[in-house]
Design a protein around this ligand. Sequence first.
Ligand code: FAD
Length: 127
Amino acid sequence: MKNYLIIGNSAAGISAAREIRRSDPAGRITVLSDEPSFGYSRVLLPLYLAGKLRRKEMLIAGKEFYSSLGIRLLRNDPAVNIDAKAARVRTRRGKGLAYDSLLVATGASPRKLGVPGEDLPRVHYLR
Ligand SMILES: Cc1cc2nc3c(=O)[nH]c(=O)nc-3n(C[C@H](O)[C@H](O)[C@H](O)COP(=O)(O)OP(=O)(O)OC[C@H]3O[C@@H](n4cnc5c(N)ncnc54)[C@H](O)[C@@H]3O)c2cc1C
């Protein structure tokens, strides 16, 4: 049985997990996320912040998605090290995750602009 590990639980990671399951019904799929929530849409973030959507309406992959496809989701625990020779990923909480195939789907994060005032209270970055 093949052991798949995906780092990142957003559009890319979730789509990959779904497609891997489609082509390999028996493989072991683990998705590792540094966020506490199930998979949600970044695209809908402005609507959520504006109070036009509830939290649960942002989900693109709720609890049922992972359980119905037999995908193990590890939340709130970022990958901190990849040892490609040993084929192992270490997480901040100290888990060691072995893999046969690894997908790094960690996306991007906002870049600070480097302008005066950017660190003032109430200045936030929207990804
Ligand atoms: C407000 C907004 C509106 C958008 N509108 C559109 C649109 O209309 N159309 C469109 O096509 N695209 C849109 N996008 C872009 C789209 O959301 C991104 O292209 C998409 O989310 C990228 O998906 P991704 O999975 O590659 O990366 P991301 O969504 O960035 O996800 C990466 C995930 O990896 C996690 N991660 C990072 N490091 C680690 C680690 N070390 N360990 C574990 N997990 C980690 C992150 O927390 C995150 O959950 C929009 C984005 C935003 C913010």
